[in-house]
Design a protein around this ligand. Structure first.
Ligand code: GDP
Length: 366
């Protein structure tokens, strides 16, 4: 087949992968000015749809931001900071300033300390070599923090274009759709971005006479647990409303299973509470440490689920890390799932998680 390019964003049209960049149903190939599905939806429904793209293609494509002069707005999911922060961003965007935006604030318990969360995001970014101008917390779904963020984007962009970047599933489309509604209401958005060779796959959304938002495809990050489990399992682990903490009083040598996707062993320390912050639908099981391996072997995929049977085929093997705690309230963070808060002094724990999705610790947010 001769290559065909989208007249909206310039990307090469393909008819095989509905979730991939440049997808158009075969039946649309007859038309004259062919739009990819993403541009089609924007043109006719005023709606951005997420498409995903793999590392190398993403790097090639988004690296063109390096040669532009713009503001980069990097959206991450506060439940999966490690999995959604794009470590190669400094290389990609060159000297352009970055605003870091933590989305899905509506899911955190009301008692969350926002200042600590911002601090943690800042230091996580720094550790990953990401220099950010400022950090914001929002909820794209509820609209929380959006007004402040749009004001600050206006301030920081100094008349330049704004590039919105993020991995898949962080809420990038929800965010952009909200901005579109806010600025143009129900009227049609004009897509204007075909400059051959430069903006392949970028969608430019003029929000007013001066400002344009540029939506970039979501990169697939292999540290996102979302890529290793089925859609059904993803639905269960993704919180859909404010998380209710679940508290377990544990003695040493007891274990908690988070579905069958993570495990925490309490090795040594006084009896104490373990406060679990996960999606309310994700089951937690307590057992004796000495029985834990056996229980997992016999019941993963059934009692210990998700993973469901389908996810078990793709889930990486578990790895574990030991942590010694010294009496400071600490969160053991299972990226993409949630966290467990522990306070005890002289406490040793071992956290197990799928190999690609490493457990980290931080000062407690609550
Ligand atoms: P994208 O892949 O980054 O474009 O992400 P989407 O905008 O498609 O959102 C991915 C999922 O996260 C969807 O199920 C959204 O409903 C959900 N989501 C997005 N933003 C928020 C938010 O602020 N709060 C909550 N609770 N869910 C959100």
């Amino acid at each position: 087949m001769e290559s065909i390019y989208c007249v909206g964003c310039g990307v090469e049209i393909q008819t095989e992968d509905p979730k991939g960049l440049g997808y158009t149903p075969k039946s649309s190939l007859e038309k004259d000015n062919i739009l990819c599905k993403r541009c089609f939806r924007l043109k006719h429904y005023n709606e951005i749809q997420d498409v995903s793209i793999h590392d190398d293609d993403f790097l090639k494509m988004v690296s063109s931001i390096r040669d532009k002069n713009g503001l980069v707005v990097h959206i991450i999911d506060i439940f999966d900071v490690n999995g959604t922060m794009i470590k190669s961003l400094p290389r990609i965007v060159g000297n352009n300033p970055i605003l870091l935006v933590g989305n899905k604030m509506d899911l955190l318990p009301k008692s969350t300390n926002r200042r600590k969360l911002i601090q943690w995001l800042r230091s996580s970014a720094k550790e990953l070599g990401l220099k950010v101008k400022d950090v914001f917390l929002i909820s794209s779904v509820k609209g929380y923090g959006i007004e402040e963020l749009t004001e600050q984007i206006e301030y920081y962009r100094e008349n330049r274009d704004v590039y919105i970047v993020g991995t898949t599933n962080v809420g990038k489309s929800t965010f952009i759709n909200r901005l579109i509604k806010q600025s143009v209401g129900e009227s049609d958005v004009i897509t204007t971005s075909y400059f051959p060779g430069t903006t392949l796959g970028f969608i430019e959304i003029p929000l007013d006479d001066q400002s344009a938002l540029i939506d970039t495809p979501g990169i697939v990050n292999h540290e996102q647990i979302a890529h290793y489990i089925s859609d059904h399992a993803l639905k269960i682990i993704t919180p859909n409303k404010e998380i209710k903490p679940r508290v377990y009083q544990l003695n040493a040598e007891q274990t908690l299973f988070i579905g069958g996707l993570a495990r925490l062993d309490f090795i040594k320390g006084e009896r104490q509470s373990f406060v679990c912050y996960f999606s309310n639908q994700l089951p937690i099981h307590r057992t004796k440490l000495e029985n834990a391996d056996e229980l997992y072997k016999n019941h993963v995929g059934e009692m210990l689920s998700p993973p469901d049977e389908e996810s078990l085929k793709t889930l990486p093997e578990f790895t574990n890390s030991a942590f010694r705690l010294h009496g400071e309230k600490t969160d053991i963070v299972f990226p993409g799932l949630g966290w467990i808060t522990v306070t005890g002094a002289n406490t040793t724990i071992v956290a197990h998680s799928p190999k690609e999705v490493a457990v980290t610790i931080r000062k407690s947010l609550i």
